[in-house]
Design a binder for this molecule. Structure first.
Ligand code: SF4
Ligand code: SF4
Length: 445
C-alpha cells in the first residue's frame, strides 16, 4: 500500500476538489470511524467524478485506504448514484472487506455533505455541525485521488466537465491556471452566440462573465448556456428585483420549506419565513436566524417555488447580515426524526429538475477524453482554498518547474495559517505576480 502522511497531504496542496476547497490535511488530522467518498455528483450535466472513478479507480481506492488509515476509520464507503451500475460493477471486485458502495437515489442535492451522510450512513449531522460530529470524514472522488498521489505529485492538474451548449460535452484534465475559454475549446467551443458560463454547475455554481478566468483546484466544470436561458436570466436578477418581486408575490405556500433538504433533516431553517422577513426588519428573529443553516443548494429557488421567486437569495442575504453581526444561535432546535419521516418521499428527482431548468435540451454525457490544453501561460491563484491566501515564494524572473511550490500559507509564531500551498503547473518563468496570481510563461525548449 502507498504510504502517505498528513504532512505530505499538506505539502501536495490537496484541498476539497468538489468545489469547497477545504484543506484536506485538516480533515485527515481528525479521528473518525468512517471515511465516505462523495461520488454523488448531483449537479446536472457534470460527470467528472464518475469519469475519474471509471478511469482511475485504483487511485481513488488507494486514497480511500490512506484516508481510513490516517483518521483511524474501520469503514470506507463510496456514495454513488445507483444509476451508474457500470461503475459500481467495476469497483465492487476491487473493494476490501472493510469498504462498501452505497447506491444513492438520482436526486438533488445528494452530494450535499449533510444529505450524503444521511443517505449513505443513516446519520444526521446537527445544525452548524460537520460530518466529524457524527464520526465521518467526507472527501470527494478527485480529492481521494489527489491524496493517493500526494507522495508523488502535488495538485497541478484539474478534471472538469465542459457541457451544455458546446459541440461535444466532455470531461478533460487540464493544468491548473489555464483559462475557462481554453477548456471550452476542448469541447469544440460554444454552439451559441454570446455564450454564458456557469462555473461549478447550474445549481450551486456561479455565472462567470470573464471567460479568461482561471481554473483552480476547485473548478468542477463549466456549463455553457445561451444568454436567454432561464438559468442565466435568474442569475442576472439583482437583489432589488428579487426582494421587490418576492415581497409582492410570495403567497407563503411554504413549498420552499417543505422541500428544503436542510429542513427535511430537522434543521431549523424555514425559507418561507425568511421570505416573510422581506416586508419587515426581522433579522435576529428565530425564524430568520435559521437562515445561517442554509447550504445554498438553490433547490427552493430553482425547483420548489411555484412562483419562481428566490428564497435562496433571501436566505443568503439574511445569513450574511446575521454572520456579520456575529449573532450566534446557541442550542438551535433540531428534529432529526423528520429525516426518517419525510426525506425519502420529498427528494427532487434529477430528471424533473433538469426538465424544469430547460437542461434536457443538452446531451447529459461527459466522457473523459485525452485532449488537453498546452498553455503558453498559466496563472496560479494564491488562494484556491478555504483559509488565508498563500504568500508567493518565488520572484519575477525565477525559473520554475512543474510541481514546484510557488506560494505557501503564511506562518505566525511558527503556527501555519489555514490554507494549502500552490504549485507551478508547467515548467517556465515567473513573469508577473499581481492581484493574487503568479503568472508563469512557458519557455521554448
Ligand atoms: S415557495 Fe415561493 S411562494 Fe411559496 S412560500 Fe416559498 S417563496 Fe413564497
Ligand atoms: S437554498 Fe433553499 S432549499 Fe437549499 S438549504 Fe437554503 S433554504 Fe433550503
Amino acid at each position: 500500500m502507498v504510504q502517505v502522511t498528513v504532512d505530505q497531504v499538506f505539502e501536495a496542496g490537496v484541498v476539497g476538489a468538489g468545489g469547497a476547497g477545504f484543506p484536506t490535511y485538516v480533515k485527515l488530522s481528525g479521528r473518525a470511524d468512517t471515511v465516505l467518498i462523495n461520488a454523488a455528483e448531483c449537479e446536472p450535466l457534470l460527470h467528472k467524478d464518475k469519469e475519474i472513478l471509471r478511469h482511475f479507480d485504483d487511485d481513488v481506492l488507494a486514497g480511500l485506504r490512506i484516508a481510513m488509515e490516517l483518521v483511524g476509520a474501520s469503514r470506507g464507503v463510496i456514495g454513488i448514484k445507483g444509476k451508474y451500475a457500470d461503475v459500481i460493477e467495476q469497483l465492487r471486485p476491487k473493494l476490501s472487506p472493510d469498504m462498501e458502495i452505497v447506491p444513492l437515489p438520482d436526486a438533488y442535492p445528494s452530494g450535499d455533505e449533510f444529505i450524503l451522510v444521511y443517505e449513505a450512513l443513516g446519520r444526521v449531522i446537527p445544525p452548524g455541525g460537520i460530518p466529524l460530529h457524527v464520526g465521518a470524514v467526507v472527501i470527494n472522488v478527485e480529492t481521494a485521488r489527489n491524496v493517493a498521489m500526494a507522495s508523488r505529485q502535488p495538485v497541478v492538474e484539474k478534471f472538469l466537465t465542459i457541457a451544455g451548449a458546446v459541440q461535444e460535452p466532455v470531461t478533460v484534465r487540464v493544468p491548473i491556471g489555464v483559462t475557462l475559454a481554453e477548456c471550452v475549446e476542448l469541447a469544440g467551443g460554444p454552439t451559441v452566440s454570446n455564450p454564458q458560463y456557469m462555473v461549478g454547475g447550474v445549481m450551486m455554481g456561479y455565472l462567470e462573465q470573464n471567460h479568461h478566468a482561471l481554473v483552480d483546484k476547485t473548478t468542477g466544470g463549466v456549463i455553457v448556456l445561451p444568454e436567454d436561458h432561464v438559468v442565466i436570466r435568474r442569475r442576472q436578477q439583482d437583489w432589488k428585483q428579487i426582494s421587490r418581486i418576492g415581497r409582492a408575490a410570495c403567497d407563503q405556500c411554504s413549498f420552499c420549506t417543505e422541500l428544503c433538504p436542510r429542513w427535511l433533516l430537522g434543521h431549523p431553517i424555514e425559507p418561507h419565513r425568511a421570505m416573510r422577513s422581506l416586508g419587515f426588519n426581522l433579522v435576529g428573529e428565530a425564524n430568520v436566524q435559521g437562515t445561517v443553516f442554509c447550504c445554498e443548494c438553490n433547490l427552493c429557488s430553482l425547483y420548489s417555488c411555484p412562483e419562481d421567486l428566490d428564497p435562496k437569495n433571501v436566505c443568503v442575504q439574511n445569513k450574511r447580515r446575521i454572520l456579520a453581526e456575529k449573532r450566534r444561535w446557541e442550542n438551535p432546535p433540531f428534529l432529526p426524526e423528520r429525516a426518517e419521516r419525510l426525506l425519502k418521499n420529498r427528494r427532487a428527482p434529477t430528471k424533473r429538475l433538469m426538465k424544469k431548468l430547460g437542461l434536457t435540451l443538452f446531451p447529459n454525457v461527459g466522457y473523459l477524453v485525452e485532449r488537453t490544453v498546452t498553455p503558453k501561460m498559466v496563472g496560479i491563484k494564491l488562494k484556491q482554498h478555504v483559509g488565508v491566501p498563500c504568500e508567493p515564494v518565488v520572484r519575477v524572473g525565477d525559473k520554475v518547474v512543474r510541481g514546484q511550490v510557488v506560494g505557501m500559507p503564511p506562518e505566525t509564531d511558527g503556527k501555519r495559517a489555514l490554507g494549502a500551498p500552490v504549485h507551478a503547473s508547467i515548467d517556465g518563468v515567473v513573469t508577473r505576480i499581481q492581484d493574487g496570481v503568479v503568472w508563469i510563461e512557458r519557455q521554448a525548449s
